[in-house]
Design a protein around this ligand. Structure first.
Ligand code: TYD
Length: 214
């Protein structure tokens, strides 16, 4: 492998990204003997985590949608330069919880800023640096929210408080993004059992790893 692999996991709140990521880390270790670099957005580095706390602060109810989109892009840039790119260049497998597609679905579509506009600021932020593969965990938001509330230990943030129709829009947005990037984004049914989901995800990653290795 001349470079590492950049994998991103996407999905609405409560789709099961965290569980899937920890299972994928295990699978990659067992089958490919490689420790991954697990990371997340917004955040993943000290400066990006500081931006995250501004974005997700429940007191910031007056945040303008474009301000929010720019802050996500700023956090993304910092995390990309500080964590993701150096890891990929030293042949690591990076698994990132959310990336550009989150901004396209949440800010571009659900908040109505427009996917093309949000893509433009993200193109500037990332210099067009995109994942090798993205797994989008697709689930009905009603099912996803019931999962979130069943798990009381999870931090409830400002965005969790948004109404279910916002999450329906996020889902529509993601499906449009997936249709735009069919070679990169795999749509997985996240209502299946965590075991079945992890197996399906592993098959996709396994194929990517063997392609890179050859
Ligand atoms: P987080 O607590 O990390 O949620 P999750 O566990 O669902 O990933 O909060 C991240 C929130 O930020 C989540 O509601 C999605 C939102 N978000 C955007 O709106 N745009 C973005 O570009 C990113 C990265 C996240």
């Amino acid at each position: 492998m001349s470079k590492g692999i950049f994998i991103t996991i996407e999905g609405g709140d409560g789709a099961g990204k965290t569980t899937l990521i920890s299972r994928l880390n295990e699978q990659i270790y067992i089958h490919a003997q490689q420790r991954t670099v697990p990371t997340r957005e917004p955040g993943g580095s000290p400066i990006a985590e500081a931006i995250r706390s501004v974005i997700l602060d429940r007191k910031n109810t007056r945040m303008d949608p474009r301000t929010e989109a720019l802050l996500y892009a700023a956090a993304r840039r910092q995390h990309l330069m500080e964590i993701v790119k150096p890891a990929i260049e030293s042949k690591k497998i990076v698994i990132c919880d959310r990336f550009v597609d989150s901004s396209l679905a949440y800010q571009g579509y659900a908040r109505g800023l427009g996917m093309d506009e949000v893509w433009e600021i993200n193109r500037f932020a990332t210099d067009g640096y995109m994942p090798d593969v993205t797994l989008y965990l697709d689930i009905d938001p009603v099912v996803a929210m019931s999962r979130i509330h069943a798990n009381s230990s999870r931090e409830v943030n400002r965005l969790d408080l948004e109404k279910i129709d916002f999450h329906q829009k996020v889902r529509e947005g993601y499906l449009q993004v997936a249709a735009r990037f069919p070679n990169r984004i795999f749509v997985l049914d996240a209502s299946q059992t965590p075991e079945a989901l992890a197996l399906e995800a592993w098959k996709i990653i396994e194929a990517k790893l063997s392609l890179k290795g050859s």
